[in-house]
Design a protein around this ligand. Structure first.
Ligand code: AMP
Ligand code: GLY
Length: 423
């Protein structure tokens, strides 16, 4: 089989590494990919939003399966275009990817189908949003409706801050057209958990729970980032929580999308908050989480191609997912200054230390191959992942492995999974 993966981050490197393990796969292409992906796949000079070129390439090369890793092409309708060209593709169509593409849509869906989430109101008009805030309880959460690289969420402690937030999102358009609409939502407290799942339009199969660390600095200080590390499983995701989510959230979401005439095939990422009143949905994403997927997919025993094909063909109900009974931790090695400003182009040493080690992976995010070798090419550069019998062991292994690689101006958090194994 020839497989094309669309995307260029640590998520796509992880998907590529799992696809490469399938005996069914002869050749992997990735558009556009990165230096790490280039070691197991042929990287193409095609961007993830160049739909015409992607379709043309897949047709010319008779690609058997395309896997779309990133949200932008999904929300933009790449899957629809590939299907229209008679290609086989894994990911939600545009009318289902809206689950991530519009927070107002997803909130209305949850309200209509009684899926537990924070109380909210949607606004198209900044004046109405400002008026609503006058009687809202603080703190309050403001969310730009559309995709905003995970940055369109503002948690406001005071009325003044919240008013400023509405202006930032809806009038100054800090997050672009994403801010044409916004959601104002009740502030919740509790542990955050991510559950990733495969969905075939009717059935759902979940992967082990995970958690990412979004803040840039130790102790959850500093700015929000794309994610500085992750671990799985999280001990807070108990059997009781799982039973609740299975009953009121996971299948309910899949059924709701089908009932709306928007059957969802692909990956749903449930961002959950475990509140005192039970689990609530914080957000949905229409693809794997990054860096959550790094700590769950490599622990799946099934052939990932079999699972993806079962999703496309609507027979996921016949598949049982099996996972290694262990834990994993992923520490992101970033460029100093991320997420604000940072330099690129520093040579990365020691990548060969990961070769041939089943329980350790070095997933590339922002890297590039040059004549001098592989160099840094982004804020998040590498994801060092290690497995272990327990979270504590996985964490010790992952931090040990961070010493195997180095580049100038390297930065990482030192407490990924820490509060957890000490809890
Ligand atoms: P989202 O992109 O919707 O996941 O929001 C980003 C982050 O903002 C989440 O991971 C939470 O940490 C926080 N957040 C979002 N919604 C709420 C809420 N209703 N209450 C408290 N925190 C929230
Ligand atoms: N780790 C959060 C995300 O992928 O959106």
């Amino acid at each position: 089989m020839k497989v094309l993966i669309v995307g260029s981050g640590g998520r796509e490197h992880t998907i590529a590494a799992c696809v490469a393990k399938s005996p069914k796969v002869e050749k992997i292409y990735c558009a556009p990919g990165n230096a790490g992906i280039g070691q197991i796949a042929e990287c193409l000079p095609i961007g993830a939003m160049e739909f015409d070129k992607l379709v043309a390439f897949a047709k010319e090369q008779a690609i058997d399966l395309t896997i779309v890793g990133m949200e932008d092409p999904l929300v933009g309708g790449l899957v629809d275009e590939m299907e229209a060209a008679g290609l086989r593709v894994f990911g939600p169509r545009k009318n289902a990817a809206i689950l991530e593409g519009s927070k107002a849509f997803s909130k209305d869906l949850m309200k209509k189908y009684k899926i537990p989430t924070a109380a909210y109101e949607n606004f198209d008009d900044p004046q109405e949003a400002l008026a609503y805030l006058e009687q809202a309880k603080m703190p309050v959460v403001l969310k730009a409706d559309g995709l905003a690289l995970g940055k369109g969420v503002l948690i406001c402690e005071t009325l003044e801050e919240a008013k400023e937030g509405v202006r930032t999102i809806m009038e100054d358009k800090k997050f672009g057209d994403s801010g044409n609409r916004m959601v104002i939502e009740e502030f919740m407290t509790g542990r955050e958990v991510s559950v990733l799942s495969f969905v075939d339009g009717k059935s759902i199969r979940t992967l082990p729970s995970a958690q990412d660390h979004k803040r840039a600095m130790d102790g959850d200080q500093g700015l929000n980032t794309g994610g500085m590390g992750s671990f799985s499983p999280t001990p807070f995701y108990t059997e009781e929580v799982d039973a609740f989510c299975k009953k009121y959230i996971f299948q309910a979401t899949v059924d709701a999308m089908a009932a709306e005439g928007r059957p969802f095939t692909g990956v749903i990422f449930f961002g959950l908050m475990l509140t005192e009143d039970g689990p609530r949905v914080l957000e949905y994403n229409a693809r794997f989480g990054d860096p959550e997927v790094q700590v769950v997919l490599p622990r799946m025993k099934n052939d990932v191609i079999d699972v993806i094909e079962a999703c496309i063909d609507g027979r996921l109900d016949q598949v049982e997912l099996q996972f290694e009974d262990n834990a994993a931790v992923c520490v992101i090695l970033a460029s100093e200054g991320y997420p604000v400003s940072y330099e690129k182009g520093f040579v990365i040493n020691g990548l060969e230390n990961f070769e041939g080690k089943d329980d350790y992976h070095c997933f590339h995010a922002g890297t590039k191959k040059t004549e001098e070798g592989i160099v840094t090419n982004g804020g998040r550069v590498l994801g060092v992942m290690a497995k272990g019998a327990t979270l504590k062991e996985a964490r010790a292994n992952a931090y040990e492995a961070t010493k195997w690689v180095n580049f100038d101006h390297q930065y990482m958090r030192n407490d990924i999974g820490k509060a957890i194994d000490e809890a």
